[in-house]
Design a protein around this ligand. Structure first.
Ligand code: FES
Length: 158
């Protein structure tokens, strides 16, 4: 790396808005990479800022870390994504957002029967057990009762 092309952890944290701990975590997860100085300090290519902006946007769309990793694998490491890269990615994200909105709307429509109730019964409550998933999956407790898209989001919140 050329000296002008490298950034320290604190520079990346300041310019990206991510905490240094988040940078470490994303690096451990293989989403970004750094090089080490002879003293063992991390240095990032300037292009990491673009990848971090991508991670933030993908996270805002609701992608899991695994999904973000899959998207990043398809992006070039050292160049800005092209118009065609963005076209492909944004089309996928649009579909993803449409699915999330449909899942949330379906859940909202079922909420009417819960207002003022509070039972949260797996037998009666459409919010606790949408689509009666318990009848199909006796071996998957808890969040398995959520629609798949919302289940992924619940898992992220842990
Ligand atoms: S909380 Fe009772 S039906 Fe949903």
């Amino acid at each position: 790396m050329e000296p002008t092309d490298v950034l320290t952890v604190s520079e990346v944290a300041r310019r990206s808005g991510f905490a240094a701990s988040a940078l470490r975590y994303y690096e451990e997860q293989g989403l970004i990479q750094s090089a080490r100085t002879s003293g063992g300090q991390r240095r990032y290519r300037r292009s990491v800022l673009r990848r971090l902006a991508f991670i933030r946007a993908a996270s805002n769309v609701g992608l899991t870390l695994d999904e973000i990793r899959e998207e990043l694998v398809q992006l070039p490491e050292n160049r800005t994504p092209t118009k065609s890269d963005w076209h492909r990615i944004s089309a996928h994200w649009r579909t993803r957002l449409d699915e999330q909105m449909a899942a949330l709307e379906a859940l909202r429509d079922k909420l009417d029967s819960c207002i003022g109730c509070g039972c949260l019964s797996l037998k009666q409550c459409a919010i606790s057990n949408p689509s009666d998933l318990a009848a199909r999956s006796a071996s998957a407790p808890g969040a398995a009762y959520l629609p798949p898209l919302l289940r992924r989001q619940a898992a992220r919140g842990r």
